[in-house]
Design a protein around this ligand. Structure first.
Ligand SMILES: C=C(OP(=O)(O)O)C(=O)O
Ligand SMILES: [Mg+2]
Length: 567
């Protein structure tokens, strides 16, 4: 079919889906006018600000009561910020000095945000909440609509500069056809959530916020393209692709190459709701349960009982399938209020992941005790379902410590993540201490390439196809073969079907990904023998750079797979 419309906008695609639907822009927050006049009646203006803050706090508390999980926590924390008398008092002080009310609120929030950031470290999540309070109050003072998404009345492509966790969690999923953002990165929050929800998503797509509301767009997440006003031929080709991918979804067999070499296909989850969703897919289990997602927005550490309840609920949602629980990965891109480390100049290189055991051993200890309690309560025949691994482990000594603590708590299957080059290079020695490892390619790429994973503009360096990153994956897989122990991959790269073939060819034993990516990976594996996967991996490793590696590997992929998946 000849496609006459050419894509006008491109970005970094997440997942493989396609969608054709009208644009719904997330409304930007209005700013206080630069020349805002001093209020005629300072007292009345300050009272108006105070009453708007009280009203907003009550609204958020009500929304929190209707939500659950992480979203309820985030909304409640934001409600508490709006209700803080110090904020109203600071705004009043400025208004009384002759500052306009919208400017006074903006400045008061900026002051608190600076203090919060200094106290809470990098990307402190309270700052996001403060800004969301500011944006709503300023909009209301100016008589503008609240920033955010208008209520959707039909399936739409949601467009934003970036989505805050609360924005993403509040989306009415039945009516979201795709997500486009101008900022963000392929391993950022929005991309991970979109992948988890199986929504086509393109991040770092310059120009998308210029699209007018209601413009029909065709989104191709695999290619990272957005075509405004697609012609009938393009719409039809996308419809066919959507149909083919529905056909792939019908295949529910366990992951294996065409000659029967098994590669387990698992799901990445962050909440009990994700577990329920994954439980309804043919995922062979959960390869990464990011437990910190359960506790984002919490001010205090979760109790042992709360954790036991959550972990039991996840195991129940997965029936008799295996669940790999990752202990808290707090810090850097995943700040937890109750696990702050004070100001760190380089939080990605600081006390994050399992290193928390050095500064807050009781937080790590309580989590291991909760997991041990859940493990011990499983019927004997199911004991092997619960695997526990620690993130950000660099040395065999740390791996030994994880294993000792976890086994003492009653956990039988203990592993660590390999996401630091030191761990990849010493995989064999690390595997002498634990039962399995799981490669976190998001962080492994960050640390191998010395590239902040939150800086989307450096995505070319952060690419998991970088030969150096693949070398470290290969070294880890070799360590696994020598130790005869499982080596999984649970970073986002596992969800790329061509990369899935490379990883299988390198000797990786399981792939864990967003549930939406499972069908394509299963299909790709099934159309190649192990020897073909090995040849594809050799081609990727031999390439001089990431684009050449991806191209060399894709060239060797069976034509049927390329056509069906639009590679
Ligand atoms: C799976 C990983 O962990 P996270 O993305 O949660 O850091 C990774 O780093 O690849
Ligand atoms: Mg990681």
């Amino acid at each position: 079919m000849s496609l006459t419309t050419s894509p006008a906008l491109t970005g970094l695609g997440v997942g493989r889906g396609v969608a054709v639907a009208p644009v719904a822009q997330l409304r930007p927050a209005p700013r206080a006018p630069q020349d805002e006049a001093a209020p005629a009646d300072a007292d009345a203006a300050a009272a108006q600000v105070a009453s708007l803050l009280t009203g907003l706090s009550a609204e958020l508390a009500e929304r929190s009561a209707q939500a659950d999980g992480a979203l309820a926590e985030v909304l409640m924390a934001t409600s508490a910020i709006a209700a803080d008398p110090a904020l109203a008092a600071e705004a009043r002080r400025r208004i009384e000095q002759g500052t306009g009310p919208a400017t006074a609120v903006t400045e008061a929030v900026a002051g608190f945000a600076a203090t919060f950031a200094a106290a809470g470290g990098y990307l402190a999540e309270r700052v996001t909440d403060l800004h969301s309070v500011r944006d709503r109050i300023v909009a209301r003072l100016l008589g503008a609509p609240d920033p955010g998404l208008p209520a959707l009345d039909r399936p739409s492509v949601v467009v934003a500069v970036d989505l805050s966790p609360a924005d993403t969690a509040a989306l009415d999923l039945d009516l979201v056809a795709a997500i486009l953002t101008e900022e963000g990165g392929p391993t950022g929050h929005t991309a991970i959530i979109a992948g988890q929800l199986g929504l086509p998503c393109v991040v770092r797509a310059a120009g998308v916020t210029e699209l007018t509301d209601g413009t029909l767009v065709a989104v191709d997440a695999a290619a990272g393209t957005i075509t405004p006003e697609p012609d009938a031929a393009l719409q039809e080709s996308y419809r066919l692709r959507a149909q083919r991918s529905a056909a792939l979804d019908a295949d529910q067999a366990p992951g294996a190459t065409s000659d029967g070499h098994e590669v387990a296909l698992l799901a990445n989850i962050g909440t009990v709701e994700d577990a329920a969703r994954a439980g309804s897919t043919p995922a062979q289990g959960v390869g990464l349960f990011r437990t910190e997602v359960l506790f984002l927005g919490r001010q205090t550490a979760p109790t042992l009982e709360e954790q036991v309840t959550a972990y039991r609920a996840v195991l129940e949602a997965l029936g008799d399938r295996k669940v790999v629980v990752r202990t808290l990965d707090a810090g850097a891109d995943k700040p937890l209020a109750f696990a702050q480390q004070g100001t760190e100049e380089n939080p990605a290189l600081g006390v994050r992941g399992y290193r928390l055991a050095r500064t807050l051993p009781e937080v790590v200890g309580t989590q291991l005790d909760a997991l041990g309690q859940v493990a011990r309560s499983l019927p004997e025949a199911e004991r092997d379902r619960l695997w526990v691994m620690a993130p950000m482990v660099a040395t065999p000594a740390e791996a030994r410590e994880v294993a000792e603590r976890a086994r003492a708590a009653g956990i039988t299957r203990v592993g660590v993540m390999v996401e630091i080059p030191a761990a990849a290079l010493r995989a064999e020695q690390i595997l002498a201490e634990v039962d399995f490892v799981s490669l976190g390619t998001n962080d492994l790429a960050q640390y191998t390439m010395a590239t902040d994973r939150l800086r989307g503009e450096l995505a070319d360096l952060l690419d998991p196809w970088q030969p150096a990153v693949l070398d470290l994956v290969a070294a880890t897989a070799r360590g696994g073969r020598q130790a005869d122990k499982p080596v999984g991959v649970c970073g986002e790269s596992a969800g790329d079907p061509v990369m899935a073939l490379v990883l299988a060819g390198l000797g990786v034993t399981s792939l864990s990904m967003s549930p939406g990516s499972l069908a394509a990976a299963r299909f790709a594996l099934r159309r190649h023998t192990l020897a073909e996967c090995e040849a594809i991996a050799t081609a990727a490793l031999a390439a001089p750079d990431a684009p050449a590696g991806r191209a060399a590997a894709t060239d060797l992929v069976a034509a049927e797979v390329r056509e069906t998946l639009g590679l």
